[in-house]
Design a binder for this molecule. Structure first.
Ligand SMILES: [Zn+2]
Length: 510
């Protein structure tokens, strides 16, 4: 007899429905798997066989053929185990598929029959919903994450024995109920232990970070060790507005594929812009994504709609930091492995931090710089021009004075209110446009409908003539000027606003 169940294969955030067809017939006992399976899928036959036997079900001692179709689509990983086991048992007339009708089935089996969590449940169920599927069978450990897809009717199991029993008509022992969006008090809030009021002084750095938060502009911070670069950077999410529902689901999906969603969390939706701070020894694959069996997103996609913070940026290998060019230009990254490709969104704000020189003391009066001019130049040149050219705001930090240390900083709540008001002005201005923040204004729009006053622009053209800035920087400075104008509640960037944007662009020792 032949039986068919449905599973799903992910490529990036896209998913494709896969039919799992089992044919159990008479003949010499055998188990054949057809349809481009990868190594971990080939091992499915052993896992599924042991799991079925350890679930007190009958293993069909017959000629078994399994086909995964469409054959042309890639199928990887272990999320197909449950769909394979059920198709096989139905083809052997052990169970009925009536209760599984129209369901997508996801779950990995252990040899003793337990159903293990799989990565990427959220994007998988969103993709299934996109293909018109409204019911899903998933591992219990993935239940909270799966529940984020509100249109999906979900049944979840932690052992194959329960799943087989349910197919035979048993009721579930312990149903877990879904929590409706907005009802949970466990939604991840901004890490409340961090606040800008913790940092005294550094006012001009805070001003630049606030402007960056309004428009999503890339930032470089230069200063001696211990001056507070990391402290400032990790507080940026506390002044950013929460993510909207669409962005939250997209960000959570990326973290899900990377296996970073805890099954313990009752409401795993990421509503706060993520802050991702990889160590400077990170590899290219770690930064932009990669992997052999399953293509997994890297740090730049985990920082999607949030902050990618690279401390000690000149210590990164040049090929690693240069790999950020594509996502910085396109807002996404396409990874190709063995002829397959996956695209992940990667729309992040880059925040680089660096010492001014190898010893760190070329800025400030704390200690004397002991570096040779050549060593200092080599150090600065490690940050590639193409990346630096994409930085909008440059901040130079000096060690705090005694007077600074006595001052209390403004709270993150108050700064976030200003950022939200400024962002709202941009959203209103761009209401008929396909973008909503200033860093995304296309160059052509800066020349036409969103061009600042010609007389305000004079200073920029002069800087261009003097070769102080590039043409790309000319546009980047105008985008920053729009963010400053939104904070100052100007209808369009004034002369003094553009001066400030140029100053923040040029002020650097990198
Ligand atoms: Zn030095």
């Amino acid at each position: 007899m032949i039986a068919i169940t449905q599973a799903l294969s992910l490529e990036g955030l896209n998913g494709f429905l896969i039919d799992v067809e089992a044919d159990v017939g008479n003949g010499v006992p055998a188990f054949n798997l057809l349809g481009l399976p990868d190594a971990s899928l080939s091992e499915a036959r052993d896992r599924v066989r042991s799991a079925i036997i350890n679930s007190q079900a009958q293993w069909p001692n017959k000629r078994i053929t399994l086909a995964l179709s469409p054959a042309s689509l890639p199928k990887r990983g272990s999320a197909f185990d449950c769909a394979i086991a059920l198709a096989l048992l139905a083809a052997a007339e052990e169970i009925s598929l009536e209760r599984l009708n129209g369901s997508v089935i996801l779950g990995e089996l252990t040899l003793d029959g337990r159903i293990k969590a799989v990565a990427g449940i959220l994007p998988a169920l969103r993709a299934a919903a996109h293909h018109g599927i409204s019911r899903a069978i998933i591992p219990s450990q993935n239940f909270h994450e799966g529940s984020l897809v509100s249109s999906m009717e979900i049944s979840h199991f932690s052992h194959l024995r329960e799943l087989i029993g349910w197919c035979k008509g048993n009721e579930l022992a312990e149903p877990i109920h879904r929590i409706a969006y907005g009802e949970s008090d466990e939604i991840e809030k901004v890490n409340s232990t961090l606040d800008f009021s913790d940092i005294s002084g550094q006012e001009s750095a805070k001003e630049a970070l606030e402007i960056g938060a309004v428009g999503g502009h890339h930032i470089a911070m230069v200063g001696p060790p211990g001056v507070g670069k990391s402290m400032l950077a990790e507080r940026i999410p506390t002044i950013l507005p929460e993510l909207n529902e669409r962005d939250s689901l997209e960000v959570t999906s990326l973290h899900s594929i990377a296996g970073k969603i805890s099954s313990e969390s009752r409401w795993p939706l990421i509503a706060v812009p993520p802050f991702v701070a990889p160590h400077h020894t990170i590899t290219r694959a770690g930064l932009i994504g990669g992997g052999s069996a399953v293509i997994s997103p890297g740090a730049c996609s985990l920082a999607h709609r949030g902050i990618l913070f690279l401390d000690e940026a000149p210590e990164l290998a040049r090929t690693v930091i240069e790999s950020l060019r594509e996502p910085m230009e396109l807002g996404e990254i396409t990874l190709t492995r063995l002829g397959r490709s996956a695209t992940f969104p990667a729309h992040f704000t880059l925040v680089l931090a660096s010492n001014p020189c190898p010893c760190g003391w070329a800025i400030g009066k704390g200690k004397r710089c002991t570096c040779t001019p050549l060593a200092s130049r080599r150090y600065r040149e490690r940050l590639s021009g193409p990346i630096l050219d994409r930085i909008d705001l440059r901040i130079e930090l000096e060690p705090l004075s005694q007077a600074d240390l006595l001052r209390t900083g403004e709270s993150s709540d108050r700064i976030r209110e200003r950022v939200a008001r400024a962002r709202a002005r941009a959203v209103t201005r761009f209401r008929d446009m396909p973008w909503s923040i200033n860093s995304e204004i296309p160059a052509v729009a800066l020349r036409h409908q969103f061009a600042p006053e010609p007389k305000a622009l004079g200073v920029l053209y002069q800087a261009l003539d003097n070769e102080e800035i590039t043409v790309r920087a000319l546009h980047r400075i105008q985008r920053v000027a729009w963010s400053i104008a939104d904070l100052r509640e100007e209808p369009s960037p004034s002369r003094s606003t553009i001066d400030r944007a140029l100053d923040l662009h040029l002020r650097e020792r990198l």
